[in-house]
Design a protein around this ligand. Structure first.
Ligand SMILES: [Zn+2]
Ligand SMILES: [Zn+2]
Length: 469
């Protein structure tokens, strides 16, 4: 029989007959590994990434093989995908007439979409959850099946699964189409999946949300059942507990309970009203900030909330920031726009008179109120709003002064965070992209100099950081 060579993560090589599965190899390594194994990663001998495959998938060539267990985050994703299939299997058993959409794993769990006339109720969810546990306990294998495309389409046409037909038509590029069965349930799916349902125990169906088929308005509206899922009950409990705590501390709830701020439908969404108590807190915060700014050599300025549109053209905002700005307002035949940022205002103040290099650095600071257009769907309490006040400053200095200024800024930021009790944070350095100088106004060497100054300063201050583009 033809032999193939399997390279394991420790570098050892096993010679095995062609057709050996990752599960076979896991068993050979140790019964414990075989028991814990969820999915495998294979890569060509000279390839880094590789792909995830079922443990029962026969290997037919030399590969690097890794057996994944609960310790691997990729395995959690596969696990949640299998849980999504389990959800669909349960729903189809209880509500045989549903039409199936898609069911992928997501951040903390998974969802599956269904078309059904009546909305799923809380009682339905409880029933479905119970059915899922029943099916899970039966230890149903998740089995891959290859079906010729015409047969696959036929299968879905017969069962009236129009969305699935559409998916097969669009996504199946090979003559044989990959399906997975979980007991009686069958699903068009690339996989991979964990070997069987028995491990899927720590999950909870959370809620139902409407979603257009393929996310496109005008398409039929499906019901998405969202769930969270973890490897262990302990992880699930901890997650649900954190969720409860977060709900209890939701600033939108606290804001109302403590009478700090409000959002008034009459005035419009995303616009914040500071009630007297919130106003007092805000004053205390602002006073502290302004004092600190003055102490640190900043000059306080105030700039208008609305300025000529031409200014926003000059600054480039009407080009690059257009989507986040409120539209133009006509005033005496001239066009004006609400300010989304304070920079142009500060620059106007800077260039309002002749400056000597001896005046530098000039530090202009403003608790500047800005307005940005956000779609109403993304607005969220005080976090995503249409008008807010920034602690904003612009420093005009000589290149030789950059590093000292950056250091002072970082020191300021640390002082603010310390004062407000934030002691756990990470530092990211936003770098320019030398490969695309066309995206940056001004000279490349200035950008490089500025970038280098930031990195050098962080290094000198001994601050660990992550570079981001
Ligand atoms: Zn799937
Ligand atoms: Zn700015």
């Amino acid at each position: 029989m033809e032999q193939i060579h399997i390279t394991l993560p420790d570098g050892s090589v096993q010679e095995v007959p062609k057709g050996t599965t990752p599960a076979d190899i896991a068993r050979k390594i140790s019964p414990r590994l075989a028991d814990a194994a969820l999915v495998a990663r294979v890569a060509a001998p000279n390839d880094g990434e590789g792909e995830l495959i079922d443990l029962r998938r026969p290997l037919d060539r030399d590969v690097k093989l890794q057996i994944l267990t609960e310790k691997d985050p990729d395995a959690l994703f596969v696990f949640r995908h299998s849980a999504a299939h389990l959800l669909a299997a349960a729903v189809v058993e209880l509500f045989p007439n549903v039409k199936l959409g898609i069911g992928p794993p997501i951040d903390t769990g998974f969802f599956y979409e269904f078309l059904r006339e009546e909305p799923f109720t809380q009682e339905d969810l409880a029933k479905i959850e119970k059915k899922m546990h029943e099916l899970a306990a039966q230890d149903l294998p998740n089995e891959r099946k290859l079906i010729p495309k015409p047969e696959a389409l036929d299968l879905y046409k017969k069962s009236n699964q129009l969305f699935k037909c559409e998916l097969v038509e669009e996504k199946a590029t090979e003559p044989m189409v990959s399906f997975y069965t979980t007991g009686k349930f069958i699903d068009f799916c690339r996989g991979p999946h964990i070997p069987s349902t028995k491990r899927i125990q720590a999950f909870k169906l959370m809620n139902v949300a409407g979603a257009y088929w393929k996310g496109q308005e005008g398409n039929p509206q499906l019901q998405r059942i969202y769930a969270v899922a973890f490897f262990t009950q302990k992880e699930l409990d901890e997650y649900l507990h954190r969720l409860e705590e977060a709900k209890r501390r939701d600033h939108r709830k606290l804001g109302v309970e403590l009478d700090l701020f409000s959002i008034q439908e009459e005035a419009g969404p995303g616009l914040i009203f500071w009630q007297p108590k919130g106003g007092l807190i805000r004053k205390i915060v602002e006073d502290w900030l302004r004092d600190e700014l003055l102490k640190r050599g900043y000059d306080l300025v105030f700039t208008p909330h609305i300025m000529r549109r031409d200014l926003w053209k000059t600054s480039g905002h009407t080009n690059f920031y257009k989507d986040s700005m409120f539209g133009p307002i006509e005033v005496e035949k001239g066009e004006y726009q609400l300010k989304p940022m304070n920079c142009p205002g500060h620059i106007l103040i800077y260039k309002s008179k002749l400056r000597s290099y001896r005046d530098l650095p000039v530090r202009l600071a403003e608790l500047g109120t800005v307005y940005r257009y956000e779609r109403s769907g993304v607005l969220h309490g005080l976090m995503r709003v249409r008008g807010f006040t920034q602690d904003d400053a612009h420093i005009f200095c000589m290149p030789s002064q950059i590093e000292a200024e950056v250091e002072a800024c970082v020191d300021f930021a640390y002082a603010v965070m310390k004062n407000f009790g934030f002691d756990k944070f990470e530092v990211e350095l936003s770098d320019w992209d030398p490969a695309h100088p066309e995206n940056y106004p001004g000279k490349a060497e200035d950008w490089q100099h500025a970038s280098d100054s930031l990195a050098t300063t962080l290094a000198r201050m001994d601050i660990p950081y992550k570079k981001v583009a």
